[in-house]
Design a protein around this ligand. Structure first.
Ligand code: ATP
Length: 203
């Protein structure tokens, strides 16, 4: 049986935005992935000092945002595992459970790629899948340096997928909502509606 190529989009998704969807779609097409699974984190390790919305709200917005999008799925793996969501634990679990049938491609924006060396068990993590790096405004030069360092260290399982730059972030969306400004261009309609109904980011 043919091995499946599964993209993993990990994130806090507070909220999911059109940038997440666009990069997932482009990577899926360019690497001919069978599907991309969005995995909202339970407690984001790299944002411990910050406030973030409940895992339930973030999961729901991610679910609403990918609804009807062919080839996209969502997993509650990190929510169910509870505690701090280390990508190492997630990929180790996926490899141990499905590694015989599937190959995994973990999609990261340039801002995440340049921080990868600080992630939990980074050295082991990098061996568990192919990392797919996409550009992000403000990180072009830093990403090139990081890719150069990977090359020097002989790390080969990092591929770059060229995408347009998507100048959108969850931080910006939360700020716009707080200021009462429109976000309709930046998030799927159902996500904007969920934020409106639940009054998220206003407090
Ligand atoms: P925040 O602004 O709250 O830090 P974010 O917009 O970076 O959030 P996350 O959920 O933290 O969103 O990101 C999940 C993944 O998506 C990360 O790998 C991040 O680099 C990537 N990503 C998010 N937005 C973009 C974007 N506009 N372009 C490229 N990659 C992105």
């Amino acid at each position: 049986m043919k091995r499946k190529k599964i993209g993993i989009m990990g994130g806090t998704f507070d909220p999911l935005h059109n940038g997440h969807l666009a990069i997932a779609r482009i990577v899926k097409e360019k690497l001919a992935l069978d599907e991309v699974v969005f995995i909202p984190d339970n407690i984001p390790p790299h944002k411990l000092a910050k406030h973030w919305s409940s895992a339930q709200d973030r999961y729901k917005m991610t679910e609403l945002g990918i609804c009807g999008q062919k080839g996209f799925a969502i997993s509650d793996l990190e929510l169910k595992r509870a505690g701090i969501s280390y990508t190492y634990d997630t990929l180790k679990y996926l490899r141990d459970s499905y590694g015989a049938e599937d190959d995994f491609y973990f999609i990261v924006g340039a801002d995440s790629l340049v921080q990868l060396h600080t992630w939990h068990k980074a050295k082991e993590l990098i061996k568990l899948c192919t990392f797919v790096a996409v550009t992000r405004p403000g990180f072009v030069a830093e990403m090139a340096v990081t890719l150069g360092e990977f090359k020097k260290k002989g790390i080969e399982n990092v591929v770059v997928v060229e995408t347009p730059e998507f100048p959108v972030s969850s931080t910006e969306i939360r700020k716009l909502v707080r200021e009462g400004k429109p976000i309709a261009e930046l998030v799927p309609k159902a996500v904007a509606e969920y934020i409106r109904q639940t009054d998220l980011y206003r407090r």
